[in-house]
Design a protein around this ligand. Structure first.
Ligand SMILES: [Zn+2]
Length: 459
């Protein structure tokens, strides 16, 4: 996702609703993540078919699950269940602490759990489920159970199929009928609006890209401006890092997030970009890049957030440079990195923090932690940029490709990426990389001369 900073009135400064939501507005009590929840360590949700009726506010989720410890446990905290079956046999829909737990026959490899349920509407202030006022769903980082039975844990990737009905016939619902590959639970989404679909072209690998834009404002003009290099950048990702994991068709969907419609969210294959940023190439390519990192390779722990956002921020700027798009480095440095490093912007999205606190895994309170800020995006991107200055951007690309091939469809840690990068380096360069890890990822204070070092390519 992209966060924007809160305080400045300019376009790049406003943060998306998300931090506002988390920091200020509180949440409905019955719906929310439950740490005890969903899933014994060995449980694995393989596929989830979602049939949503946005008019009736009901759903049927059909999950194929490899049980853990003889049962299937699903987070259903926000839902009202009406019927549950396991391999066709109705079972009691007993929910304890927001979790549905059903026995699964021990002799089978997978079971099919079908849950019929009602889901709540959520307000733009809550921003954690289906928001009819905005015509968009949003369940990041762990609010999937406000929309469907799920396991919000990052290690459990899932392939979705979807169908959506109950939509005003004058409007269009944009959602993937199939995500083809495993992504995080929060990847699933639907957007409903008066959309016009624009064909953007097809990549060398054959992925067809589209943009869905809204009629308000200068929709077509914004769509063309924001996606000017999107096919080229997407092609760069496919050719450089490896095949796109989420099917033959992808694209960007303009969404209305209300007064804070900045940034975007990696709902692959149809990622969302908020309306005030829909003309912004960096926002568009950033969300596309999450198809490789964040969604394609999931972070194993919230403490590894930099693996998603730092990598994505780097490869977005890197790809745009390669396809003769805009150079984003001064934007990153002047608008985000410098206020982060100066440390007194008063803006919670521009707080400085250590961006790789990976001595723990999923122990931080992520939504209320300083890690949920722009620091991992920018210090992470600068780390990669400086490694590229040292060993060459092509070598860094090789490492990223190797890492992606090893981990696509799975969860991984930033240290796994670091290990691959260091495997490409000479002993003296490896020592220098260790220095950059210390400076950019494991130290609170920004490195000496951070702005020039991050902005300037030594190549
Ligand atoms: Zn992002």
């Amino acid at each position: 996702m992209i966060l924007r900073s809160l305080c400045s009135p300019l376009r790049f400064s406003t943060v998306c609703a998300l931090l506002v939501t988390a920091a200020c507005s509180g949440k409905g009590e019955p719906v929310g993540p439950d740490d005890s929840a969903a899933g014994a360590a060995t449980q694995d949700i393989l596929t989830t078919d979602l049939a949503l009726d946005l008019g009736a506010l009901t759903g049927r989720a059909t999950l194929v699950v490899r049980p853990g410890a003889g049962k299937v446990t699903l987070d259903v905290a926000g839902l009202t269940l009406s019927r549950v079956t396991v391999d066709g046999t109705e079972v009691a829909a007993d929910v304890v602490d927001g979790n549905l737990s059903v026995a699964a026959p021990g002799s089978v490899d997978t079971v099919t759990v079908v849950v019929d349920y009602a889901f709540p509407t959520r307000t733009p202030a809550q921003f954690d489920g289906w928001m009819p006022l905005l015509g968009v769903s949003f369940i990041w980082p762990y609010y999937c159970s406000n929309l469907f039975p799920c396991n919000p844990a990052l290690e459990d990737g899932v392939t979705f199929t979807m169908n959506v009905v109950g939509v005003d016939p004058a409007l269009t619902a944009v959602f993937p009928t199939n995500t083809y590959g495993d992504g995080p639970a929060y990847m699933a989404a639907v957007a409903v609006g008066d959309y016009t679909k624009l064909d953007l072209g097809t990549t060398t690998a054959g992925t067809a890209l589209h943009a869905w834009y809204l009629p308000e404002g200068s929709g077509l003009e914004d769509a063309r401006a924001g996606t000017a290099h999107l096919v080229g950048a997407f092609d760069y990702f496919e050719q450089t890092y490896g095949p796109y994991a989420f099917g033959p068709d992808a694209g960007t969907v303009e969404v209305d997030w209300g007064s804070d419609s900045w940034g975007g969210m990696e709902h692959h294959p149809y990622f969302h970009v908020a309306k005030f940023d829909f003309d912004d190439e960096e926002a568009q390519v950033h969300e596309a890049a999450h198809g490789w990192f964040g969604d394609g390779v999931r972070v194993a722990c919230w403490e590894d957030f930099v693996l998603s956002e730092g990598t994505t921020t780097y490869i977005a700027a890197h790809a745009l440079e390669h396809v003769d798009g805009p150079n984003e480095w001064s934007y990153y440095v002047d608008d985000f990195l410098t206020p982060i490093c100066q440390g007194h912007s008063g803006d919670p999205t521009l707080v400085n923090t250590i961006v790789l606190p990976d001595e723990t895994c999923n122990e931080i309170d992520f939504e209320n932690d300083a890690l949920w800020s722009l620091a991992p995006y920018m210090k992470g991107a600068c780390f990669y940029e400086e490694v590229a200055d040292l060993i060459g951007e092509d070598v860094v690309d090789d490492a990223i490709r190797e890492f992606y091939a090893a981990h696509v469809g799975k969860a991984a840690r930033m240290q796994d990426m670091i290990d691959v990068i260091e495997s490409k380096a000479s002993p003296s360069d490896k020592a220098a990389i260790e220095g950059l890890i210390t400076e950019w990822l494991r130290t609170l204070e920004c490195p000496q001369d951070y702005a020039n070092r991050c902005r300037t390519h030594q190549r």
